[in-house]
Design a binder for this molecule. Structure first.
Ligand code: C2E
Ligand code: CA
Ligand code: CA
Length: 383
C-alpha cells in the first residue's frame, strides 16, 4: 500500500489530492481539468507508474489498478451531498472498469446507474439466497452443487470430481458463478457459500465412495476463495466435515489460486502446513493466468497443478503454444505435483496431453458438470 501510495503521489500535479480510501482503494481529486481527456491522460499515467513490479520480501509483485473517473463542478464542493454523489459515481465507474478487464479506466456516464442498480439488486438477492442455505435443506435451497469428473489420462479411469456451485435464481434462472462469485467475495458472503459447498460436496463424495468402491479412491476438489482461506476457523471447520463424513484427508482437494497465497505469504505458509498435517491436498488453480511465479511454486507445498483452460484451448494451433504447455507440465512433474489439464474439449487435446505426460484431464470432452443424480448415472455407465 505504501509503495502504491508513493507512486500515486508522483503522478499528481500541484493542487491535486491523493487519499487512501480504505482497503485497496484510493481516491484522487484532480483540480483544473479542462475535459475528460485530461483525466484519462492522468489515469494512463497512473497505470504506467504502477506497471514496474514492487519488491516485497525479495519477491516481485505486480499490481494493476481499475480506475473510475467522474467529472464534477468545483462549485459543488461546498455541498456535502454532491460530494457523496460524486464519490458514488466514481465508485460505479471503477466497478465498471473492474468488471471489464485489468488496467481499465472508465469515465462515469449516467447510464451506469442502471448497471449499479442491477448489481445492487443481485447483491441483495445473493444475500437472501445465502441466508436461505443456513436454514434449508439442499433441495429447497436456490444453490446446488454440480460435479465435473476428472479423468486419469493414463488409465482413462475417473479419479474424482470438481464441485462447482450453481445458483437457480427464482426469477432470473441459472446465474453463472462468474457473475456472482466476485460479488460474494466483495461482500464476504463467500465464506458461508464456500462452506456450504464444501459440506455438500464432502457428503456426496462419501456416498459415492461407498457406492462405487471399485472406483476408489475417488476425490473431491472444492474451490476456496481467498476470503475463505484466511477466515479464522477454517481448519476447525475442515476437521469437523472430515469427521462427520468419515472421509480421509487425502480425498479432499482444496483449489486456490496463486494470488491467494501471494496476498499473505506468512499466513498462507502456516495454513498450508496445517492442511498438510491433515493430509489434505492443495491444488493450484488456473495456473498460467496469474503470477506463475517459479519461486512460489517451489516454496509452497502444492500437490496439484491445474493448467488453465486458455492454454489447453491453444494446443495444436501453434508450436509455441504446445511448448508452453509442455513447459508447464514438466515444471509440475519436476516439482512432484499431479498435473491436471482444465477445459479439455477434443480427442486431439487428450492425445497431445498424454504425449506430454500430463496426468489428468477435466473438460467437456469427458463430461460437463452435472448434478449429483446425473453424475451417479454417469458413474454407473462408466463402471
Ligand atoms: P474454475 O475453478 O476454473 O472452474 C472450471 C470452470 O470451467 C467451470 O465453470 C466449468 O464449468 C468450466 N469448464 C469445465 N470444462 C470446460 C470445458 O471443457 N470448456 C469450457 N469452456 N469450460 C469448461 P463454472 O462452473 O462456470 O465456474 C466458474 C468459476 O467460478 C470457477 O472456475 C471458479 O473459479 C468459480 N467457482 C465455481 N464454484 C465455486 C465455489 O463453490 N466456490 C468458489 N469460491 N468459486 C467457485
Ligand atoms: Ca477450480
Ligand atoms: Ca480453474
Amino acid at each position: 500500500m505504501v509503495s502504491v501510495a508513493q507512486r500515486l503521489e508522483k503522478c499528481q500535479r500541484i493542487g491535486d489530492t491523493v487519499a487512501r480510501w480504505g482497503g485497496d482503494e484510493f481516491a484522487i481529486l484532480l483540480e483544473d481539468i479542462a475535459d475528460k481527456s485530461d483525466a484519462i491522460a492522468i489515469a494512463n499515467r497512473i497505470q504506467a507508474a504502477l506497471k514496474p513490479p514492487i519488491l516485497l520480501d525479495n519477491q516481485a509483485i505486480f499490481v494493476t489498478a481499475s480506475i473510475g473517473i467522474v467529472l464534477g463542478d468545483i462549485q459543488i464542493y461546498n455541498n456535502p451531498e454532491h460530494v457523496t454523489d460524486l464519490l458514488r459515481d466514481a465508485d460505479i465507474a471503477m466497478y465498471r472498469a473492474k468488471s471489464r478487464a485489468q488496467e481499465q479506466c472508465e469515465v462515469f456516464d449516467p447510464s451506469m446507474h442502471a448497471y449499479a442498480l442491477k448489481r445492487l439488486q443481485l447483491e441483495n438477492d445473493l444475500r437472501r439466497a445465502i441466508a436461505g442455505i443456513a436454514s434449508s435443506e439442499e433441495q429447497t435451497s436456490e444453490f446446488s452443487v454440480f460435479y465435473q469428473p476428472i479423468f486419469s489420462l493414463t488409465t482413462q479411469q475417473i479419479e474424482g470430481f470438481e464441485a462447482l456451485v450453481r445458483w437457480q435464481h427464482p426469477e432470473k434462472g441459472i446465474i453463472s458463478p462468474i457473475d456472482f462469485i466476485a460479488i460474494a467475495e466483495e461482500t464476504g458472503l463467500i465464506v458461508q457459500l464456500d462452506r456450504w459447498v464444501l459440506k455438500m460436496a464432502c457428503h456426496q463424495l462419501s456416498i459415492w465412495q461407498k457406492e462405487f468402491p471399485d472406483l476408489a479412491p475417488l476425490t473431491i476438489s472444492v474451490n476456496l476463495s481467498g476470503k475463505h482461506f484466511y477466515q479464522s476457523g477454517l481448519i476447525e471447520f475442515l476437521d469437523r466435515i472430515l469427521e462427520e463424513t468419515g472421509l480421509d484427508g487425502n480425498s479432499l482437494k482444496l483449489e486456490i489460486t496463486e494470488s491467494v497465497v501471494i496476498e499473505n505469504t506468512e499466513a498462507a505458509t502456516v495454513l498450508l502446513d496445517l492442511l498438510r498435517e491433515r493430509n489434505l491436498q492443495v491444488c493450484l488453480d488456473d495456473f498460467g493466468t496469474g503470477y506463475s511465479s517459479l519461486s512460489y511454486l517451489h516454496s509452497f507445498p502444492f500437490n496439484v497443478l491445474k493448467i488453465d483452460r486458455s492454454f489447453i484451448k491453444q494446443l495444436g494451433t501453434e508450436d509455441e503454444h504446445d511448448e508452453i504447455v509442455r513447459a508447464i507440465v514438466n515444471l509440475g512433474l519436476i516439482l512432484g505435483m499431479n498435473v491436471v489439464a482444465e477445459g479439455v474439449e477434443t480427442p486431439e487435446q487428450v492425445s497431445q496431453l498424454k504425449n506430454l505426460s500430463c496426468h489428468s484431464g477435466q473438460g467437456y470432452w469427458f463430461s460437463k458438470p452435472m448434478n449429483s443424480d446425473a453424475m451417479t448415472e454417469f458413474l454407473l455407465n462408466n463402471l
